[in-house]
Design a protein around this ligand. Structure first.
Ligand code: MLT
Length: 263
């Protein structure tokens, strides 16, 4: 897996496929770019696919302060510049969706299309921010096994497939407690993206797992309703991570969406 020091942080990424149409995949908290393994394999048949690990998660270097959406998007833009990618179709899941919306704000000319998966536009309430700070402290004290115990039941559908549980625990275990804490603090500081939605002019797909308890289908409906021309796809048999829990229809949605993007 390639690595480079970009924007002051060591960043790892997956780079698969070839061709002139690039796709950027932005992962969920507290996983890493490996959560997209099935989508990378499928999409790389037609596109160049780039899936970074954000600071402190997966194999990317530990952050020294909060991984704000703005900072992480600067990392991502530095990566795309390093790879000489000027425009890309972008898919972001949950935290990756927060990042995709920030990327649209910072560099709309870079984005050919947006797939917003299991995510929301709104910022955190004061209670939500306090919960993230408590989680950050506990992650630093108790480590990644505790993080996995807390997060796996929220990320997966009720009565999940044991193979999905094992996969998600392993993805979480490859990060660092400091990276988890930094991402929580960064997400707590994220702005409300609701006003951004009306500015989105590129093709947009909104996707949600039907059993997503973290960003439920009602959130996805709100998101799709706020973006002109957005299409909403629901994935049965999946919670917050349809990329892992029901990858066939989820991947097919992404393949169709990216194949149909205008040049
Ligand atoms: C994620 O899956 O990225 C997180 O659930 C996002 C969040 O905590 O808001």
């Amino acid at each position: 897996m390639p690595t480079a020091t970009l924007n002051g942080s060591e960043i790892h990424w997956r780079d698969a496929g070839a061709g002139t149409s690039a796709i950027l995949l932005l992962h969920a908290f507290p996983l890493h770019g490996g959560m997209w393994s099935r989508q990378i394999e499928a999409l790389a048949r037609r596109h160049r696919v780039i899936a970074p690990d954000i600071r402190g998660l997966g194999r990317s270097g530990s952050p020294i302060g909060p991984s704000t959406m703005s900072l992480v998007v600067h990392d991502v833009r530095a990566l795309l510049a390093h790879l000489r990618v000027e425009r890309a179709g972008v898919a972001g899941l949950s935290m990756g969706g927060y990042l995709a919306l920030e990327l649209w704000r910072q560099a709309p000319g870079l984005v050919r299309g947006l797939a917003l998966c299991d995510t929301r536009a709104g910022a955190d309430s004061e209670e939500g921010k306090a919960g993230r700070e408590a989680f950050a402290r506990a992650a630093l004290e108790r480590g990644l096994a505790w993080v996995a115990d807390e997060m796996v039941p929220k990320l997966l559908r009720p009565s999940p497939d044991p193979a999905a549980v094992a996969e998600v625990r392993s993805l979480i275990g490859e990060g660092t407690p400091a990276g988890v804490a930094a991402a929580q603090r960064g997400m707590a500081a994220r702005p409300d993206s609701t006003p951004t939605l009306a500015t989105i002019t590129c093709p947009t797909l909104v996707v949600v797992g039907e059993q997503d308890g973290l960003t439920p289908p009602a959130e996805a409906e709100k998101l799709a309703a706020g973006i002109r021309g957005a299409r909403l796809a629901r994935i049965p048999g999946a919670g917050h991570l349809p990329c892992i829990e029901n990858p066939a229809p989820f991947t097919a949605e992404l393949e169709r969406f990216f194949a149909e993007l205008p040049a």
